[in-house]
Design a protein around this ligand. Structure first.
Ligand SMILES: Cc1ncc(COP(=O)(O)O)c(C=O)c1O
Length: 447
C-alpha cells in the first residue's frame, strides 16, 4: 500500500465527515453533532452510540415492511452471487419480467405495463417524458405543457422541480422546463384544521384546472401530475371529491392524469395504492421507495395499455422509446422487489394501515392543545403535526423537535414547521403509543 492510500484508510480519515456533501441536510449542524445509524432491525435503528431509535418514518417513507426482513435480505444475497448485473437495453433477465408481471397484477386495473427506473425522481421524469412522447405519437404533438401543483414534490430532476411546487427546491436552479404551470394547492387550514382523514372542504379546488385550460388551451397541455396525498410538503390531503373531479376534468380536456405515488404506493394509506384507496385511476402511476422496501434503489412507472400500445408501431427492429437507465430493472432490485411483494402479501401489510390507522389517528389527534400545535392531519399510517413557527425563524422550532425526538429515541421528519410521521407498516399499537407519546413529551419542552 502506498503511503497516500494507507493514509486514506487510516481511522482518522474514515472518521472525517467533511468529504460527504450530504443531501437535503444542514451539513454544518450535522457535522458538529453527527447522528450516525449503524444498524437496523424491524422497527428500530441502532445508533453509533449504541441506542435503539424507533423508526417513525420508515427511513424516508420507504421501509414499509420494516428493516432487515429475512426474505428480502436472503433474496438479495442469493441474487448478487447468481447474476449481479444484466443490461436491460436489447437484453433481459427473467426476474425483470416476473417482477413487472407481479407489479401489474397488483396495480389498479388498466395499468398493465411498467417502465423501471432507479428512484422517484427518475420515475417522475420518465412519466413526464412518456406523457409528452405519447401525445406526439398519437398526433397531438402540440400538447407540450405539463401541469403540476403548488406545494407538490416530484423529486429533484429538472422535470420534477419544474412541475413541483416547493419553493426552496426550485428557486436556486434557474427557470426549469418551459411550458409548465401549477394548480393551486389544497391546504385550507381555516376550513379543514384538525380534520381526521380526508378533509371535507375544497373539492372545487380541482376546478382550478379549468383556469389553466382557459389560459393555455387544452390543445397545448399534455398531462397533469399530482401526488394523491402530498407528503414531502408536510402531508396535505386531497379534499373529499377532489381527485374524482380532477380525473373528470382531465378526461373532458383529453389530458393525461399522472399520480405520483412514490410515497402513497405500497400500502401507506391502507390499500396497495392511493388510486385504490380513492377509487380514481390515473393514466400513469409513478412509484419507487416501497417497491423494494428501500433495500435496493428502484422506481417503476406504470402506464395504461392505451399508452403502451400507441408506441408499438413502425418497423419492429426500431426502438420505440429512446429512454432508459443503465440500472433499469437491475437484478438486485428485481430480487429485492419480488421478496418485498412476498413479504407484503404474507403479512397483509398492504392493507394493514387501514386497521392500525385508526389507533394512529387517535394517538395523533390527542396532541391537539399541546404548545405551538396549530393543526394535525392523518390518513392511513401518515400523520403530520403542524407547529406555529418561531417569529422570524421559520423551520427552527420543528427542527429542534426533530433533534430532541432523536435524543429521546424516536425518528421523525420535518418540513418547514411541520412534523411528519410514516412508520413502517408493521408498527404495533404499543409502538404507535410510544412514538406519539414521546413526541408529546418533546412538544411539551419546545421553546
Ligand atoms: C411524491 C414523491 N415523488 C418523488 C420523490 C423522489 O424520490 P427519490 O428521492 O427516490 O428521487 C419523492 C421522494 O420523497 C416523493 O415523495
Amino acid at each position: 500500500m502506498s503511503p497516500s492510500s494507507a493514509a486514506a484508510f487510516a481511522p482518522a480519515a474514515t472518521n472525517n465527515l467533511d468529504a460527504f456533501w450530504m443531501p437535503f441536510t444542514a451539513n454544518r449542524q450535522f457535522k458538529d453533532a453527527p447522528r450516525l445509524l449503524v444498524g437496523a432491525k424491524d422497527m428500530h435503528y441502532t445508533t453509533s452510540d449504541g441506542r435503539q431509535v424507533l423508526d417513525g418514518t420508515a427511513g424516508l417513507w420507504c421501509v414499509n415492511a420494516g428493516h432487515a426482513r429475512p426474505k428480502i435480505v436472503e433474496a438479495v444475497q442469493r441474487q448478487v452471487a447468481e447474476l449481479d448485473y444484466a443490461p436491460a437495453f436489447q437484453m433481459g433477465h427473467p426476474k425483470a419480467f416476473e417482477f413487472a408481471s407481479r407489479l401489474t397484477a397488483l396495480a389498479p386495473k388498466g395499468l398493465d405495463h411498467v417502465f423501471f427506473t432507479n428512484s422517484g425522481s427518475e420515475s417522475v421524469d420518465t412519466a413526464l417524458k412518456i406523457a409528452l412522447a405519447y401525445q406526439k405519437v398519437r398526433g397531438e404533438g402540440g400538447r407540450f405543457r405539463l401541469i403540476g401543483r403548488e406545494r407538490g414534490y416530484h423529486g429533484v430532476g429538472f422535470g420534477g422541480i419544474s412541475v413541483g411546487g416547493i419553493v426552496t427546491n426550485r428557486k436556486a436552479f434557474g427557470p426549469g422546463l418551459p411550458g409548465t404551470d401549477h394548480l393551486r394547492h389544497t391546504y385550507d387550514r381555516e376550513r379543514n384544521a384538525y380534520s381526521r382523514g380526508i378533509p371535507e372542504h375544497g373539492a372545487e379546488l380541482a376546478d382550478d384546472l379549468e383556469r389553466l385550460v382557459a389560459l393555455h388551451d387544452a390543445s397545448t397541455i399534455a398531462a397533469v401530475i399530482v401526488e394523491p396525498v402530498a407528503g414531502s410538503t408536510g402531508v396535505v390531503l386531497p379534499p373529499k371529491g377532489y381527485l374524482e373531479r380532477l380525473r373528470a376534468l382531465c378526461d373532458k380536456h383529453g389530458l393525461l392524469l399522472i399520480f405520483d405515488e412514490v410515497i402513497t404506493g405500497f400500502g401507506r394509506l391502507g390499500a396497495p395504492f392511493a388510486a385504490d384507496w380513492f377509487g380514481v385511476t390515473p393514466d400513469i402511476m409513478v412509484t419507487a421507495k416501497g417497491i423494494t422496501n428501500g433495500v435496493v434503489p428502484m422506481g417503476a412507472v406504470f402506464v395504461s395499455s392505451a399508452i403502451y400500445e400507441a408506441f408499438m408501431n413502425g418497423p419492429e427492429h426500431v426502438i420505440e422509446l429512446f429512454h432508459g437507465y443503465t440500472y433499469s430493472a437491475h437484478p438486485l432490485a428485481c430480487a429485492a422487489g419480488l421478496a418485498t411483494l412476498d413479504t407484503y402479501a404474507e403479512e397483509g401489510l398492504l392493507t394493514r394501515a387501514s386497521e392500525t390507522g385508526a389507533r394512529f389517528a387517535d394517538a395523533l389527534h390527542s396532541l391537539k392543545g399541546l404548545p405551538h400545535v396549530i393543526d394535525i392531519r392523518n390518513i392511513g399510517l401518515v400523520g403530520a403535526v403542524e407547529l406555529e413557527p418561531i417569529p422570524g425563524q421559520p423551520t427552527k422550532r420543528a427542527f429542534s423537535a426533530f433533534l430532541k425526538a432523536y435524543e429521546k429515541g424516536i425518528m421523525i421528519r420535518t418540513t418547514g414547521d411541520i412534523i411528519a410521521m410514516s412508520p413502517p407498516l408493521i408498527i404495533s399499537e404499543a409502538q404507535i403509543d410510544e412514538l406519539v407519546g414521546t413526541l408529546a413529551d418533546v412538544l411539551r419542552t419546545l421553546d
